[in-house]
Design a protein. Structure first.
Lengths: 277, 281, 392
């Protein structure tokens, strides 16, 4: 029986579902792998299979702004923006998460506003943010209006993660620390933060990638210079060479590196903790 | 009290970059647009009347709703069974988490790239057509694989199934295994356990997943645009067009209509399910 | 709670409906470890059986194998004349009461109780009516539209009971049913379970780690240790005539002493303990000199006396020790004595005797007993078997 927790032979439903799962993973990763392979396309500049004369020429093209678009420039804006969003998301979400451990006046209002900010279509918000800036007499740019727009998307996610993490934090740990003479600051530093740290890394990961990949909310708010997703967007209509695939591969690699760093640091922390004991 | 200071930054950002923008969009939706002059502050319902009486608006919204429903059903079916597999069939916890992470990793890469990467797969000379032709199943490439409703749905499912898997997985993992045994003990078959115990206890997760998928699909314009090759429209493509012509007031009105619909759907889901309890543990 | 049952609905006693349970060479292995090994047990129809032992001894595994929620690695299980291994739980005529009750949180208690009938395709009105009747019997029908979370622990348990009994089982399986209740409620429910079983006349198999509970309820007590049955018998047998040192210690009513045979005369043998003490044990025929033998003496058959003088000679059938602590238990006082050279020794002294001649922690004492009350154990104690709750 599917729900029988005893060990033993697997029911037929296991094989059906396992096949479904495998197909789903292929479905998820297949196209990405196709793009990865095609980014090594040779001078035939063919956008489809088969791969002829593999070469790195299209990666080279990425650094040529006239033919392909301002990739390097866009990257030099997307990366710092994502880092800023990451840092701010961690600081603001963690702080707010702690606030929500107690009931306070307006907590429901802020909670539902945050959820609404998650739900509202990005396009609507980018229009609104642009208009706001216009009326304030400020011009939109990637490090002001886009930053704010990205935060409106990343902060609710960060908040939800902090809810999950802090919700599982048993208050008796802090009470025990207090009982043993720890001050509030010490309790925070030596008990709460270490327990909550992997969650904070998750928040940082969300903050970075949500900003780095964000499209709708960047659209009108970046001002004159594009972030990377926007640059890719213009390239989808203009560029008809595998340079687009090369770019796809590069951005994917950057994303993977970031994920690996985040997950790796969690694993390292856990391991260091257990060996210390 | 400390809580107020701690929540202040969040409240501030939400105010500046959510509340005010939405309020301003609503305000602008009542302004007038004059050719060659631009936006004129006013209070008129002309934009709304224009939009609601225009059959194009309705057909665009209908098209969006159509996609939303199809995608919702497919992502629910996929999301539910994949979460079920991970929670109840995978015995090793570490393996289950590993497989779960495997599903989430693509989420961290660029949406646009993931979307475009379907082109060499679904295209006339793409992988699928080539494979089918060389296997002798068909003789002409299928041209409805790409730049069609089919490819739009495929892209949506590809991008958004994860948003179903995560909340459902979360709800399912919380189900006490003894509940399932009690159902078996009382004579429930395999399907009976799913229908009578698992499904009801996952309601909140399903509702949350549905909420995410609905708002993402309804608020999207670039997936539809790229994957249908410009053939299909969505509610947001209407807004997009108005923006191209700098007709901010009408774009704003359209945006408000979209916003109201989305918020109504969200509110009705919140009615059915106590989301706050599920999220804030 | 009074559980009134129409005598006409009591199960008929034919072989098909018989609630006799037989386990034949049942073994359960999880990967490399054995949860239970070569279990052979017969539980008579209509009896109350308690599986007793510490956590990890395998009692719950046996219960779950009878229920069908675990499958034995080898061996057969018969309920009545049916071999049930491989059959679904509902086909066995068993019903299980889970330790955490496992009430469906999304259903009212009425629908919880009606669940079995729903699975059998009984129509909504019909099944709700029957569930209502069942709830009346456990006196919870006034709460039938409440959700489980709104009920107290004791009430939830009655719902779980009603949900199990509506299936008209021939065997009721209870997984530590009283562990989650507070002391007062636990004793009350204990009495009600016993009455219930007598009225229904079906077999009850009750898993517990609490000795007083087992001997209060069971017709058959099965004491388990590390996946094996150490002793199965009536409560009286287990308590007064434990066969092994493990059972003697686990039941808590006995002191275990070990010595080697020194001499024998008539029906008694004289043993010499490790520190030179002398014990008499009824052993006939007399075993060979030098054989190690373990004996058990009931704690309430010990007389505790102060040491008469500094260097008095130790009499046979007594030990020397120091009082470690005393615990007042109402009718008697539990005196914990540290015997010279190690080893715990407990005397349950009646309050009259205790307050007649008080002993305090630190006092040197000589507990003594009548050799007629000594019971010989089937195997000699090894040092490893000191603690019933050891993690080996």
């Amino acid at each position: 029986m599917a729900a029988n927790p005893s060990y033993g032979p697997r029911p037929w439903t296991f094989y059906v579902l396992a096949t479904l799962f495998a197909l789903f993973v292929v479905f998820l990763y297949g196209p990405m792998i196709a793009v990865l392979i095609l980014s090594f396309q040779g001078p035939s500049a063919s956008l489809v299979f088969p791969l002829r004369d593999p070469s790195l020429m299209w990666f080279d093209e990425l650094f040529n702004p006239r033919r392909v678009g301002d990739v390097v420039g866009a990257f030099s804006r997307s990366l710092p923006l994502a880092l800023m969003v990451m840092v701010l998301t961690v600081l603001i979400s963690v702080s707010a998460g702690f606030a929500f451990r107690r009931r306070f006046l307006g907590s429901s209002l802020i909670f539902y506003t945050a959820i609404a900010s998650l739900i509202v279509p990005g396009l609507v918000l980018s229009i609104g943010t642009l208009v706001t800036f216009r009326y304030l007499g400020l011009s939109a740019s990637w490090y002001t209006s886009a930053l704010g727009a990205h935060l409106s998307w990343a902060l609710p996610f960060g908040l939800l993660i902090m809810f999950a993490v802090l919700g599982r934090l048993n208050p008796s740990y802090e009470e025990a620390a207090y009982d043993l003479g720890a001050s509030r600051w010490q309790t925070l530093k030596d008990v709460v933060v270490p327990i909550v740290f992997p969650g904070m890394i998750a928040v940082a990961l969300f903050g970075f990638t949500l900003s780095y990949d964000e499209f709708p909310r960047s659209w009108l708010t970046v001002g004159t210079k594009n972030t990377l997703p926007l640059e890719i967007w213009t390239m989808t209509t203009n560029v008809t060479s595998p340079a687009l695939y090369a770019l796809g591969t590069v951005t994917t690699v950057v994303s993977f590196v970031v994920i690996a760093l985040a997950l790796g640091s969690i694993v390292i922390i856990q391991r260091r903790r257990s060996t210390r004991e | 009290m400390a809580s107020y200071f701690q929540v202040a930054p969040l409240a501030l950002v939400l105010l500046m970059f959510f509340v005010v923008p939405v309020a301003l969009v609503t305000a602008v939706s009542f302004f007038r647009y004059q050719m060659l002059v631009g936006i004129v502050p006013d209070f008129t319902l002309k934009n709304y009347i224009d939009l609601l009486s225009n059959p194009t608006t309705w057909s665009l919204y209908l098209s969006t709703v159509k996609f939303t429903l199809i995608v919702l059903i497919i992502t629910f079916a996929l999301g539910f069974w994949i979460a079920y597999f991970l929670v109840f069939h995978v015995r090793n916890l570490v393996t289950a988490i590993g497989l779960f992470l495997l599903c989430t990793i693509p989420f961290w890469t660029s949406n646009i790239i993931r979307m475009i990467s379907w082109r060499p797969v679904l295209g006339k000379e793409g992988l699928i057509n080539s494979a089918l032709i060389s296997a002798g199943v068909i003789h002409q490439p299928l041209n409805w694989l790409l730049y069609s409703d089919f490819s739009v749905v495929v892209a949506y499912v590809h991008l958004f199934t994860l948003f179903m898997i995560v909340p459902i997985f979360n709800s399912m993992a919380r189900i006490d295994k003894s509940m399932l045994e009690a159902a078996i003990d009382a004579g429930a078959g395999r399907w009976g356990v799913v229908w009578n115990v698992v499904l009801p206890l996952c309601k909140t997760g399903i509702a949350l997943g549905a909420l995410f998928v609905i708002t993402l699909v309804m608020g999207d314009f670039f997936v539809v645009n790229v994957m249908s090759g410009g053939l299909s429209g969505s509610a947001t493509s209407g807004i997009f067009n108005d923006l191209q012509f700098l007709n901010y007031p009408r774009a704003a009105a359209n945006a408000v209509i979209l916003l109201v619909i989305v918020l109504l759907i969200a509110a009705s889901i919140f009615r059915l399910v106590d989301v706050r309890k599920e999220l804030v543990r | 709670m009074s559980f009134t049952l129409n005598p006409k609905s009591a199960p008929k006693l034919d072989a098909q409906a018989s609630g006799e349970i037989r386990l034949v060479n049942v073994t359960k292995r999880f990967d490399v470890t054995h949860a239970v090994k070569d279990i052979n047990l017969t539980i008579p129809h209509g009896s109350y059986c308690c599986l007793l032992g510490p956590s990890g001894c395998g009692k719950t595994t046996i219960l779950r194998m009878i229920a069908g929620h675990e499958t034995p690695t080898s061996g057969q299980i018969y309920i009545g004349d049916q071999m049930v291994v491989g059959k679904a739980p509902v086909e066995r005529g068993t019903a299980m009461m889970f330790q955490n009750y496992a009430l469906f949180p999304h259903l009212t208690i009425l629908d919880n109780v009606a669940f079995y009938l729903k699975m059998r395709g009984v129509g909504k009105d019909q099944r709700r009516k029957r569930a209502h009747q069942m709830l009346e019997r456990v006196q919870l029908d006034h709460l039938r539209n409440r959700m489980p979370a709104q009920l107290s622990g004791g009430q939830q348990q009655r719902v779980a009971l009603a949900r199990a009994l509506i299936t008209n089982p021939r065997v009721l399986l209870l997984d530590e049913p009283l562990s989650a209740l507070d002391e007062f409620l636990r004793l009350q429910m204990r009495g009600e379970l016993k009455t219930l079983q007598a009225e229904l006349g079906i077999t009850f198999v009750h898993v517990t780690h609490t000795q007083p509970e087992a001997i209060a309820l069971a017709d058959t007590v099965v004491v388990m240790d590390h996946g094996r049955i150490d002793q199965a018998g009536t409560a009286n047998e287990i308590f007064n005539w434990p066969t092994t040192p493990y059972v003697a210690r686990f039941m808590g009513g006995q002191n275990v002493l070990t010595g080697t045979v020194e001499s024998a005369s008539g029906a008694m043998a004289r043993l010499r303990g490790p520190r030179g003490e002398l014990f008499d044990a009824p052993l006939s025929p007399a075993p060979t000199i030098g054989t190690p033998v373990s004996i058990a003496i009931r704690r309430d058959r010990i007389h505790v006396g102060r040491v008469p003088g500094e260097k008095a000679e130790l009499q046979p059938n007594s030990v020397a020790g120091v009082v470690e602590s005393t615990e007042f238990q109402g009718n008697f006082v539990k005196v914990n004595i540290l015997v010279e050279g190690g080893g715990p020794f407990v005397a349950n002294v009646s309050d009259e005797e205790y307050f007649g001649e008080l002993v305090k922690p630190g006092d040197r004492v000589v507990p003594r007993w009548n050799p007629e009350h000594v019971h010989v154990l089937s195997k000699a104690d090894s040092n490893n078997a000191q603690k019933p709750y050891s993690e080996e």
